[in-house]
Design a binder for this molecule. Structure first.
Ligand code: HMG
Ligand code: MG
Length: 296
């Protein structure tokens, strides 16, 4: 059975833009964020406090966090203690930490293997929880790794359980390079729902093989009602070979609303937001809803 409501966590300003080689002006990003808020989005990843040498597009994280009007829950990503410190100095109150299941992916993405990353994140998360901050843990390569191939369900579940034991508030479980199929989506999310029933559980699908909507439908059947999506389907991790965009917010909202799952988000306005960045990005936006919007 399907839930009556689902929550969309918009990741366009962060995941959507981090892989874009054209540097987008801070003011444009702020306008993009404002339009997404106007579309009814109340949970969003705004930016990330990562090394500007690694991800130049996120070098303006301070300016973004300082200049937005807070609406609902607004996340910033932080890979380490330095990132969290920068985020706190600028008034962030919901932090997303991230790690992959795969050692090789982690080495490429954060210059640590999985064990090293978890050892260094443990005190960071403990301190955030002491301070009463909302902590979201993003689990990359939960299904497949571009370097190591198929990831075992048990390995993903073990990593999720460590975060649960640290008291994080939310797990966002990701198909980083868009390789999962609906059976794998259902299987993993069903297990996570059963084993960690008290955590907010979110599904994060990239749409490389155009399987993301099917995977979301499968995750819904497994009891998931939170989805990370990106306006215009922008996105991808610069350190995951073969990664392309996230599933498009406008397409997910359209699908959910059409099957009676309420999101509170206005598809037209999400497309208006995507239109702001469309002329500035190196690629094109080809989500179904955006194409229809442009034909009007
Ligand atoms: P490193 O080079 O090993 O860092 O990078 P380090 O700790 O050795 O420090 C080197 C220098 O960087 C030092 O400066 C630090 O202060 C500085 P120096 O002394 O040379 O002047 N530094 C920082 N500066 C700003 N902010 C920081 C920071 N930390 C250290 N937070 C590091 C390690 C983790 C920093 C680097 O690898 C990094 O920034 N990686 C981030 C990569 C990234 O952003 N990936 C994309 C996000 S994850 C994702 O997209 C997946 C997701 O969407 C889910 C999915 O789809 O799978 C969430
Ligand atoms: Mg991602």
């Amino acid at each position: 059975s399907l839930p009556n409501n689902a929550t969309i966590i918009e990741v366009g300003p962060r995941d959507g833009l981090q892989n874009e080689k054209n540097l987008i002006e801070t003011n444009v990003k702020l306008n993009f964020i404002k339009c997404l808020q106007d579309a009814g989005i109340i949970e969003m990843e705004l930016t990330s406090f990562v090394s500007p040498k690694w991800v130049p597009q996120m070098a303006d994280a301070e300016k973004i966090v300082k200049n937005i009007t807070k609406v609902g829950r607004q996340f910033v990503l932080a890979p380490n203690a330095t990132g969290v410190e920068r985020a706190m100095e600028n008034g962030a109150d919901a932090i997303a930490v991230f790690v992959g299941v795969s050692h090789t992916f982690n080495k490429k993405n954060i210059n640590k293997n999985t064990d090293e990353a978890m050892d260094s994140l443990a005190p960071v998360v403990a301190k955030l929880k002491e301070q009463g901050k909302f902590v979201r843990a993003c689990i990359s390569t939960a299904f497949y790794c571009p370097y190591e191939g198929k990831i075992e369900v048990e390995d993903t579940i073990s990593l999720c359980k460590v975060f649960a034991s640290w008291g994080v508030d939310e797990l966002s479980v990701a198909d980083t390079i868009g390789m999962a199929n609906p059976v794998e989506s259902y299987t993993l999310f069903k297990r996570l729902k059963e084993e960690l029933p008290n955590l907010l559980l979110t599904a994060h699908f990239h749409d490389t093989r155009k399987m993301a909507l099917a995977n979301i439908y499968a995750a819904l059947q497994a009891g998931v009602d939170r989805f990370d999506t990106s306006a215009g389907g922008l996105g991808g991790c610069p350190f995951a070979k073969g990664a392309t965009g996230n599933v498009a917010t406008e397409d997910v909202v359209h699908m959910l609303e059409s099957i009676g799952v309420h999101t509170g988000i206005d598809v037209e306005k999400v497309c208006e937001a995507a239109k702001i960045v469309e002329p500035l990005i190196s690629g094109t936006i080809d989500s179904g809803q955006f194409r229809l919007f442009k034909q009007k």
